[in-house]
Design a protein around this ligand. Sequence first.
Ligand SMILES: Nc1ncnc2c1ncn2[C@@H]1O[C@H](COP(=O)(O)OP(=O)(O)OP(=O)(O)O)[C@@H](O)[C@H]1O
Length: 274
Amino acid sequence: MPTPQSEMSGHNPGADSGARPPLIELRGITKKFGGYTALDGVDLKIGEAEAVGIIGDNGAGKSTLVKVLSGVHRPSSGTMLFRGQKLTLGSPLDARRNGVEMIYQDLALCEDLDVAQNIFLGRELKKNFGPFRVLDRQAMTEAAANDIADMGLDFDVEREVGQLSGGERQMVAVARALQFDPAALLMDEPTAALSAEKIRKLWEMIGRLKQRGVSILLVSHRFTDILNICDRIVVVRAGRIAGEMMPHELPPAQTMAMMTEMMTGDTVGNGAEA
Ligand SMILES: Nc1ncnc2c1ncn2[C@@H]1O[C@H](COP(=O)(O)OP(=O)(O)OP(=O)(O)O)[C@@H](O)[C@H]1O
């Protein structure tokens, strides 16, 4: 881990700003898989419109943390609060009902449906046809085309998702999540398959979401993602929060070291995706 704990600040300005409770708060969250403790007493706050970056070694518990927040895993113990109210998430659908959307690493898209159908999956637009309510394909296609254009992209929303590049699929997954008007968007390694150009588009889009008041939780091994997107960086180590810091608190030399570490192992723009 590039940043020693002693250099991390303990404050949490995004979560503590104003009188309002944080959007999401975890208190003492523990998650055990059999005898293995993947999360061990995690306390975490995510403020309204705050972008929190999660970093940590392989196996530290980052994905487990995101899965607890998105209702995939039920914690073994601990409390989750949403806008100050205790909340138990039984499923990702529960999380969605509470305004928490997750972009999964496998993106959870239907390969044989087109982009518009994927974006509106589960929330299909309908119109009256005599006494019936039928799918309004035209309205969905137009709305999906607008969503994709809003993201600064240009591709045919009538193409099957199975024909798209990894980066285009990623953007479809984000567009789909946004249909649910989330208060928080959780992303686990969203740029792993993206080209440099699409990474920048994703950063811009996340910036716009933050301006609209959406909170972001981002797990990424790419420090450039974290430094470009996040207001606060939380370090997870062996299932615990090892510390946190603000991006501007990183000494320039350390920032450079982080970037260099990332660039040598995983250069932005050298990915296979076009
Ligand atoms: N469903 C599961 N059953 C058993 N063990 C699990 C399960 N999910 C995660 N673990 C274990 O919990 C630990 C934390 O896993 P997690 O996927 O959260 O780590 P991570 O920080 O996201 O790692 P990476 O950066 O490699 O993706 C690992 O040791 C992993 O093997």
